[in-house]
Design a protein around this ligand. Sequence first.
Ligand code: SF4
Length: 192
Amino acid sequence: MEEISWELFERQVAACRRCPLYAHIQHKVPGQGDPHAPLMLIGEGPGQTEDEQGLAFVGAAGQLLTRMLSAIHLPRERVYICNIVKCRPPMNRVPAPEEAEACRIHLRMQTWLVRPRVILLLGATAARYTLDPNIRITRDRGKWVQRKGVWMMPTYHPSALLRDESKKPEAWADLQSLRDKLKELGLYTDLL
Ligand code: SF4
């Protein structure tokens, strides 16, 4: 069997037709960033701008995410950013369970390759398919869970913050908690 590598990951995502989402897209959006980042961010799926460019989190929500990371002095290029599904769902709908399940093989491979120590789950879809299907983001955001030695925390997706500014204080509290966790693990200065 071929050894797992970034080259294999990129090739498998590019060729993937495991669910119907590939049929509607302009580009696959595998994810990008530091391939050995201690911090990984997982969102839901690509939007229109991401689909056009083949890059994760480059639209309005992505720009807000970059500013959020800057607010705790984390350079975006030092983290790894990706989504639950690598193809844009039509009309930006939430990925269907069978689509998220089909794409899990890719997320598993990239998590294995990055080997992050901390994962920030952006929004309910990321949290449900990564941590627990019963998660409610308004109830469970900001709570740390450790799985197989990796610390994970759900928080709002930046697009939710664009829709509802009243969530920003909670999102800021989560960001500060993220910074504190990275400091606690001795990873914060590594990222600067
Ligand atoms: S969303 Fe994932 S599983 Fe579905 S076709 Fe795209 S890469 Fe494959």
